[in-house]
Design a protein around this ligand. Structure first.
Ligand code: SF4
Length: 377
């Protein structure tokens, strides 16, 4: 039974290995300047600025412009006893202003009373790793194919409702949003989790029976912007609090083709001599996804990895984005290029999280994870 240690040893050269060791030292530190996931692993007591804003609270609760999810967020920030996390979708880069940095957004959430901000891209990293291992194990000949389980609830429900014959080709994994919420609650059992993204379908996904334990509330980028405004949070004035806990692979999930590229890069690291070459096909927009799945059902298997995104352009084109799809894609690409790590296999945060979650072997991680697994029927 292969352990992670064996796997890393077999795929890591001297240069990568040295960097990884350095990274792991930082991850194990309790100092937030060193350990960029310290809010999740060693949270400090949060200070809710809402406690002093009684007038705002009253006005907010009576404000007809405030959605029920905004009111729930305010209530959690004011009254929840444990940590409250902002879990931000990979598409968030540049959504709140061209020159607003990820570090300023983190500080703004803290000023609002959140314990910390976690980039869901670190769980895109973890699930990319899982999908890559599943591809490596399951795709044995030219007729095999895998449908990505990652990320888009519209893609998943399209397959479940209209293409049940090929449901078995989806690996049994939850989305990065659900993985992030579950892990936060596993590490901090009294935590509340608020997912922030461009998507309306995520509000429904969070309530699905078998996964409703992960996320307490879903806000869109537009709702979040409204909250910043109403609470007079000025993003430009926030201090920098940059954290790098995601790899290039996890950061590109936000645009069409990102999941495929991330899985391809990771497979190449796991097994550069893979006999069956990775070949991906993507569709974005509901009609295109449907067309792709119909072709598959008719037996036109032209690739071995299929990715579908309900929105044109992927999540950067989500219905509740603030900036244009093109600008969102540009921002995501730029941010991905700045990542310190290339793939989940180079990311010490992925390794440490898998260690903290108790996965000892690769088989354990792929097959026996209650936190990361979901059965599709
Ligand atoms: S592609 Fe659209 S529907 Fe799918 S997760 Fe992203 S924003 Fe939501």
């Amino acid at each position: 039974m292969s352990t992670f240690k064996h796997l890393y040893k077999s795929v890591t050269d001297e240069k990568h290995g040295h960097k990884l060791e350095e990274g792991l030292e930082k991850v194990r530190s309790k100092d937030p300047e060193e350990n960029h996931l310290s809010c999740l692993l060693h949270p400090e007591e949060r200070i809710s600025s809402l406690k002093e804003k009684e007038v705002f609270m009253k006005e907010a609760m009576d404000d007809p412009e405030f959605t029920k999810d905004l009111k729930l967020t305010i209530d959690l920030l004011q009254n929840h006893k444990g940590p409250v996390y902002a879990l931000v979708a990979p598409a968030y880069i540049g959504q709140f202003g061209d020159h607003i940095t990820t570090g300023q957004i983190r500080s703004a959430f803290k000023e609002m009373g959140f314990t910390g901000m976690v980039e869901v891209a670190v769980f895109a990293d973890i699930l990319t790793f899982k999908e890559a291992l599943e591809f490596h194990d399951n795709i044995k000949d030219e007729n095999d194919f895998q449908l990505t389980s990652c990320c888009c609830p519209v893609w998943i429900s399209l397959i479940k409702k209209h293409f049940p014959k090929i449901v078995s080709h989806i690996p049994p994994a939850v989305s990065p949003m659900i993985a992030c919420g579950r892990v936060a609650k596993h590490l901090q059992p009294d935590a509340a989790t608020i997912f922030i993204g461009p998507c309306m379908a995520k509000k429904m996904e969070a309530k699905e029976e078998d996964i409703k334990d992960a996320i307490d509330c879903v806000l869109t980028f537009q709702e979040t912007e409204q909250l910043f405004e109403k609470m007079s949070i000025v993003l430009e004035n926030q201090i920098e609090s940059i954290r790098n806990h995601t790899s290039y692979a996890g950061r590109i999930y936000a645009r069409t083709g990102g999941v495929s590229k991330a899985v391809e890069m990771t497979i190449k690291r796991i097994d550069p001599n893979q006999k069956i070459k990775f070949k991906a096909k993507q569709a974005d927009g509901v009609m295109e996804c449907k067309k792709l799945l119909e072709e598959l059902l008719e037996g036109k298997v032209e690739a071995n990895f299929y990715e579908g995104m309900g929105c044109q352009g992927g999540c950067v084109g989500g219905p509740k984005r603030i900036i244009s799809t093109e600008k969102g894609k540009e921002n995501v690409e730029e941010y991905a290029k700045e990542a310190e790590f290339e793939t989940p296999l180079d990311n010490p945060y992925v390794i440490e999280l898998l260690h903290v979650l108790g996965f000892k072997t690769v088989k354990d991680f792929v097959e026996n994870s209650k936190l990361l697994t979901r059965k599709f029927t």
